[in-house]
Ligand binder design. Structure first.
Ligand SMILES: Cc1cc2nc3c(=O)[nH]c(=O)nc-3n(C[C@H](O)[C@H](O)[C@H](O)COP(=O)(O)OP(=O)(O)OC[C@H]3O[C@@H](n4cnc5c(N)ncnc54)[C@H](O)[C@@H]3O)c2cc1C
Length: 340
């Protein structure tokens, strides 16, 4: 039997806050600005530096990261980062963290971030708290990672014994850090630690569409009231007329009718569009967790006692198969969402 004995970790060697700046097609994902806002507060509370690591083929808005609060940006620039390949990204970030030893590492809970963070935490043999809704420093200088647990019934306060203390934060959970045009710009370009990972080859990159559901201003969402996969076309037509995106409840993902990329809720994406139209969705707490912050909620449901009506600004009691096409027609005639 092999027993690996680890050296006891010296937590005092770990200092500062590191944010992973995710890029999408060369552009900085805005979750980085939200992490900078929270990260700045944590770094200041510890009297430490806030740095940001970006893996990209180009400069990808590193200056903006400095303006929004990063004391130092490390740009790991290489053509190998053209495709979002988790194993290669995670290996490089892990190697960077081993060298720089930040006490806190924050990653956006995007689709890519959710895939990266556990790989890095496992490689570093440290803890990871996913989908934090708040982060603060306790009186002993430890990171308190706060997130809902047990279907949102309690707020768990989690601390990590090891270093670094790692957490992911959902997009749109925190306010963005605002830019300061007079901020010092400190960007250091560094080569990748690992430039290829021969065990993984990317055969094809499939786009899930140009618009991320979390950025959509209008979301037309379908639930179990949609009986067949092809009926989702009704929602797409309405979304198209309103310049929006289609989302789904977990019921449709579990039924194999839609991809988890567009699932809204506790275990899916959180959205805050200007208009959210829930079609055939009952309004379970786990679904509401992902959309209740929307500016205007419209529900279509044939059950007048459905809980979704309790959070809706407007409600249609009736069959979505009748109501959705009529709404589509009405908005088409009026020329889109401006008439909502
Ligand atoms: C740990 C955990 C995490 C979860 N995460 C998520 C999550 O991220 N997102 C999520 O959505 N769920 C999540 N769930 C599941 C959640 O609890 C519900 O089961 C799910 O949201 C129900 O989806 P639904 O509203 O589409 O289906 P249902 O609850 O079955 O509701 C269907 C609604 O459609 C109405 N309807 C039926 N036919 C029509 C029609 N023709 N016209 C109009 N209305 C009609 C019905 O009246 C009903 O209100 C999670 C559950 C757990 C335990």
């Amino acid at each position: 039997m092999n027993i690996t004995q680890h050296e006891p970790q010296n937590n005092n060697e770990y200092r500062g806050v590191l944010i992973i700046g995710e890029t999408e097609r060369g552009n900085m994902h805005r979750v980085a600005y939200e992490l900078l806002n929270k990260g700045r507060g944590i770094a200041d509370a510890c009297g430490e530096n806030l740095s940001c690591l970006v893996l990209s083929t180009e400069n990808s808005g590193c200056e903006e990261l400095c303006k929004r609060g990063a004391d130092q940006v490390y740009l790991m620039k290489s053509p190998v980062f053209a495709a979002p390949e988790e194993v290669l990204f995670a290996s490089n970030i892990t190697a960077f963290i081993r060298e720089k030893k930040p006490a806190v590492v924050l990653i956006g809970a995007t689709h890519f971030g959710r895939s990266l963070a556990p790989r890095i935490a496992a490689a570093l043999e440290t803890g990871l708290t996913a989908d934090c809704t708040d982060l603060r420093i306790d009186e002993e200088g430890n990171l308190e990672q706060i997130r809902p647990a047990f279907s949102d019934n309690i707020l768990a306060h989690i601390k990590t014994i090891n270093r670094p203390q790692m957490a992911t934060v959902r997009y749109k959970e925190f306010r963005e850090a605002l830019p300061d045009e007079n901020a010092d710009i400190r960007i250091q370009e560094i080569p990748p630690y690992i430039a290829e990972y021969p065990d993984v080859t990317i055969e094809k990159i499939i786009s899930i569409g140009d618009m991320d559901i979390t950025d959509a201003e209008v979301v037309v969402a379908g639930g179990r009231g949609i009986k067949r996969q092809e009926d989702l076309a009704l929602l797409w037509e309405l979304a198209q007329v309103l310049g929006g995106q289609v989302g789904v409840s977990r019921a449709l993902v579990d039924a194999g009718m839609a991809s988890s990329n567009i699932q809204i809720g506790y275990s899916g994406s959180r959205v805050k569009p200007k208009v959210y139209i829930a079609c055939g969705i009952s309004g379970a707490p786990q679904h509401l967790a992902g959309m209740k912050e929307s500016d205007l909620i419209i529900a279509i449901n044939n059950d007048p006692s459905a809980p979704i009506f309790a959070v809706s600004d407007y409600g249609f009691i009736g069959d979505l198969y009748e109501i959705v096409p009529r709404l589509t027609e009405r908005f088409r005639k009026k020329g889109g969402c401006h008439e909502v």
